[in-house]
Design a binder for this molecule. Structure first.
Ligand code: IMP
Ligand code: MG
Length: 192
């Protein structure tokens, strides 16, 4: 069956296809299995809402080690397509067993690097046993000065400095359900 969303007209170019995403989640799940198979403690995949929910759902099904899942929601005070840099926790983790948890933070995309840098620090301060980071997409060109050395432990692929949507990623809460990642036509956000 051919998939054609009503929103496809707003996509300039498909950047990461469904097939490529499938290969990425298979590879990352195998890396996680390899890295944690002899690790003591609980393995906790921590999904950062809302953008990472689709990636998390696919990835967790491919990890064969026992995993737990949890969720946090943060806002980086976005103004349209540009992040302001301040991080606010909208939904926190309320677990009493953080000292037993090997956390892998699951993100959709790293842009300035501030969200993930902040969260790694926050979780370590709150007593997590270990914290690693995993992102589907990375825009290393966009790293903020304060986070310029930040590298995720697991990542799908690097993308150019373009605003992308789909596979969980939104623009104004739209496009999250597209099964691929595509570049949004600039006229969609420029006209607003
Ligand atoms: P950072 O804190 O600047 O690294 O921002 C990361 C967050 O910005 C991601 O979790 C996304 O929610 C959002 N973001 C960054 N780039 C894009 C994009 O191209 N499309 C949609 N959301 C994006
Ligand atoms: Mg996000």
């Amino acid at each position: 069956m051919t998939y054609t969303s009503a929103l496809t007209k707003d996509i300039k170019e498909i950047l990461v296809s469904q097939e490529e995403i499938d290969a990425i989640t298979t590879r990352i799940a195998a890396e996680i299995d390899r890295d944690y198979k002899d690790t003591d403690g609980r393995l906790l995949l921590l999904c950062i809402l809302k953008g990472s929910v689709v990636f998390m759902g696919d990835l967790m099904k491919k990890v064969t080690l026992p995993v737990e899942i949890d969720f946090m929601k943060v806002s980086s005070y976005k103004d349209g397509t540009v992040s302001s840099g301040r991080i606010n926790i909208l939904l926190d983790l309320h677990r009493k067993d953080l000292s037993e948890c090997n956390i892998i933070i699951i993100e959709d995309i790293i842009d300035s690097g501030r969200t993930l840098s902040y969260l790694v620090n926050y979780l370590m301060i709150n007593g997590a046993r270990s914290v690693k980071t995993c992102t589907l997409l990375d825009k290393p060109e966009r790293r903020h000065e304060d986070c310029k050395d930040f590298k995720p432990d697991y990542f799908g692929r690097v993308i150019p400095d373009e605003f992308v949507v789909g596979y969980g990623l939104d623009y104004a809460e739209q496009y999250r359900a597209l099964p691929f990642v595509g570049i949004l036509k600039p006229e969609v956000y420029e006209k607003k």
